[in-house]
Design a protein around this ligand. Structure first.
Ligand code: S3P
Length: 440
């Protein structure tokens, strides 16, 4: 039986809290640990279902992955050294896990079947398979959705590849495969996407060169690389912190601090946008951890105004549009978001589910093929019962809506939240938010 969760109007959210580790960095830390020689110690790994599925896939391929106290230890097998032959690998709900691991499997001497849940089995994989096939990955059949039977090889060839969509997952898959090919593999991106793979490859000792020319970035990795195991501290996930920041802004008398959040500029479009909307939000105690910038983020309740968000900002806040749309409902005037095409191919069509959620709560909103407009500041009735469509971010965004709306908001499936944010409801309770579970 799925458990539904109801959010009730709340006020005076207070406290200093930490959110779980960054999802993107957690996947990458496990993967690079497995491709390194020696031992990698990961502190603060996100123990969400997506990341654990990647850990299990790496273990099935022959890496040692174990929890020791609060840390995770990965015993790597070296680049190209994942020699076990699992019949299948199940990535559950995780697009990042499946796509990055396609880049890894491309360079191993292994034939295996990639599978996932219903949502992942609908998502496009061609964007990753196309460049990987050019490098030498064998894909059985014509389909570009899971399940897929893939055979890797120790004879990959390096390529130069211009990203047809601004996707860090595609970039990362090609770079991970490139580690296994002789010579240099280059990915060219016209719009910057999250750069954790590049940063972490360099942390693990790979040779990475990054050049900027004619508004394009070229990232080159030198293959037949030798990575060595490292310690990695995973900072708090800004995409998870976004729900707490939004809750503080749209409720009365809030003053919260979220400690140790990743503030890499390729990830902070949401926070920049909030400041433009008038949010009382500060980065405090900015520092660096494992090659990534980190800060404590203090957020107070604030009156907000609608803004226009340009399409170029989309890659730096791609996962934050559902929660931004919720914030916009509480801001005066119109908020217009452009360049949202990629939202249609996330865990569910996030543009459609965001619009449906807003409307179910009585908010005036409209969507085009890749745009969303929200007319805010007219009062938010709430009262909706939301179908989450196996989408963790829709679930959390609409619960936050319920904390500020006049009437409670209920989501149909609370379990999906553990995909990226285990302990979400408990953490919100410690801040003073009212969330109630009900069996359905
Ligand atoms: C991710 C990249 C983004 C993002 C996803 C995680 C990553 O996807 O939506 O949650 O870790 O590389 P795309 O790069 O496909 O847009």
């Amino acid at each position: 039986m799925p458990t539904s969760l109801t959010a009730i109007k709340s006020r005076s959210l207070h406290g200093r809290v930490r959110v779980p580790g960054d999802k993107s960095i957690s996947h990458r830390a496990l993967i690079l640990g497995a491709l390194a020689t020696g031992t990698t110690k990961i502190t603060g790994l996100l123990e969400g279902e997506d990341v654990l599925a990647t850990g299990e896939a790496l273990a099935a391929l022959g890496a040692g992955v174990e929890k020791k106290g609060a840390d995770w230890i990965v015993h790597g097998r070296g680049v190209g050294g994942l020699g076990a032959q699992p019949e299948k690998l199940d990535f559950e709900n995780s697009g990042t896990g499946a796509r990055l691991m396609m880049g890894v499997v491309a360079g191993q001497d292994v034939r295996t079947i990639f599978t996932g849940d219903e949502s992942l089995s609908r998502r496009p994989m061609g964007r990753v398979l196309n460049p990987l096939k050019r490098m030498g990955l064998n894909v059985e059949g014509e389909a570009d959705t899971l399940p897929l039977t893939l055979t890797g090889t120790h004879d990959l060839v390096p390529i130069e590849y211009e990203l047809p969509v601004p996707s860090a997952q595609v970039k990362s898959a090609v770079l991970l495969a490139g580690l296994h090919a002789p010579g240099k593999t280059t990915v060219i991106e016209k719009q910057p996407t999250r750069d954790h793979t590049e940063r972490m490859l360099s942390h693990f000792g790979a040779e990475i060169a990054i050049t900027h020319e004619n508004k394009q970035t070229a990232i080159t990795v030198t293959g037949n690389a030798e990575l060595s195991g490292k310690d990695v501290t995973v900072p708090g996930d800004p995409s998870s912190a976004a729900f707490l920041a939004a809750a503080a802004l749209i409720t009365k008398e809030a003053d919260i601090t979220i400690e140790g959040v990743l503030v890499n500029p390729t990830r902070t479009g949401f926070y920049e946008t909030l400041k433009e909307m008038g949010a009382d939000l500060e980065y405090e105690n900015i520092r660096e951890e494992s090659g990534e910038p980190v800060a404590d983020i203090r957020v107070l309740s604030s009156p907000l105004k609608g803004v226009s968000i340009p399409a170029q900002r989309a890659p730096s806040m791609i996962d934050e549009y559902p929660i931004l749309a919720v914030v916009a409902a509480f801001a005066s005037g119109e908020t217009r978001m452009e360049g949202l095409g990629e939202l249609r191919v996330k865990e569910s069509d996030r543009l459609a589910s965001t619009l449906a959620g807003l409307k179910a709560c009585g908010v005036d909103a409209d969507a085009g093929e890749d745009t969303l407009s929200v007319s805010g500041g007219k009062g938010v009735p709430g009262g909706g019962r939301i179908e989450t469509h196996m989408n963790h971010r829709i679930a959390m965004a609409l619960l936050v809506m319920g904390l500020g709306a006049e009437n409670p908001v209920t989501i149909d499936n609370a379990a999906i939240i553990a995909t990226s944010f285990p302990g979400f409801a408990e953490l919100m309770h410690t801040l003073g938010a009212q969330l109630q579970e009900t069996e359905t």
